[in-house]
Design a protein around this ligand. Structure first.
Ligand code: ATR
Length: 278
């Protein structure tokens, strides 16, 4: 029988920086639920044991973060087809019968964050330029394709990784040289930075935005700082910008729904609670 006190958490290594406890515990309190969401620092060598222990401990599930998102797929009993295409999971839900199901809500979170800035945003509005070809870029590519995107341009420092994505996802996805990033912006409707460039402590992303249409949405999945040099430059140019906080908050919603049975909302109060932790 399921306890009415519901527990979940996030496994990562390291994990102390994660804002997920703030988000989920905020919702637990906001919706008057009984439960808790904690941090689980899990060394890679212990990942399988930790995941297999979820059911024995009576947890509703957990989030999976860096560096476990790819490896964790091997230790669950079933992976959602969307997560299979993304090649990673960020959420595990323990089923009634104890089976572990894996999901990936990163792409959902990203699209919802764009819709917060532009409620009518559609992936098929025009070309999308993605900087970076790591795990986050992969999740975003899948979401854009599912939204009907037909022209996705991926630019990565290591071209071979962008090539791999283009090969895997077909005609709509093209890999371009990192050195072509300024020209690739021509006619774009969306620009997203998924590299670590512009994060606190890293160098800024060096890109000339002059060819980017003013109608393009410019987004960064970084949220520390909230306004990266890229977003700052885009805002001064007159483009609408979207920072990474929305992706973080919105990816958490379907996981919370699966564990706690309530689809929570992203409110200004929640945003303030997160901002207070910076
Ligand atoms: P995530 O899961 O957040 O996507 P990741 O898989 O480690 O993280 O990917 C990081 C991305 O940032 C990669 O595309 C990486 O480029 P490489 O594939 O060439 O490593 C990119 N990146 C990191 N540091 C960079 C830098 N100094 N210049 C350009 N790109 C960089």
């Amino acid at each position: 029988m399921k306890s009415t006190h519901i527990m979940a958490g996030v496994m990562g290594w390291p994990v102390s920086h994660s804002r997920s406890p703030v988000i989920h515990n905020h919702w637990i309190s906001e919706y008057g639920l009984s439960g808790a969401y904690g941090l689980f620092p899990v060394h890679p060598s212990q990942l399988e044991a930790a995941i297999r222990g979820l059911q024995a401990l009576g947890l509703a599930g957990c989030n999976i973060t860096i560096p476990h998102k790819v490896d964790a797929m091997r230790f669950v009993d079933w992976v959602d087809p969307l997560a299979v295409r993304m090649g990673a999971i960020n959420t595990i839900v323990v089923q009634q019968d104890g089976a572990l199901h894996g999901f990936n809500h990163d792409g959902y979170g990203y699209v919802q964050s764009l819709r917060e800035a532009q409620p009518n945003w559609q992936a098929d509005t025009g070309p999308a330029v993605i900087l970076g070809a790591g795990g986050a870029a992969r999740a975003i590519v899948v979401s854009l394709l599912d939204g009907g995107a037909t022209d996705i341009r991926i630019l990565n420092r290591t071209l071979s990784k962008a090539d791999d994505l283009a090969q895997e996802f077909g005609m709509a996805v093209r890999a371009l040289n990192w050195s072509e990033r300024a020209d690739a912006l021509e006619g774009a409707a969306l620009l997203v930075n998924t590299t670590s460039l512009g994060m606190n402590g890293e160098s800024a992303l060096d890109i000339d935005l002059s060819k980017l249409p003013i109608s393009a949405l410019v987004s960064d999945i970084i949220y520390v700082p909230l306004e990266t040099p890229l977003l700052h430059a885009a805002r001064l140019k007159g483009n609408t910008t979207v920072n990474g906080l929305g992706m973080l908050l919105h990816q958490a919603r379907p996981a919370f729904h699966a564990w706690f049975g309530v689809m929570p909302q992203v409110t200004p109060q929640l945003k303030n609670a997160i901002l207070a932790t910076f």
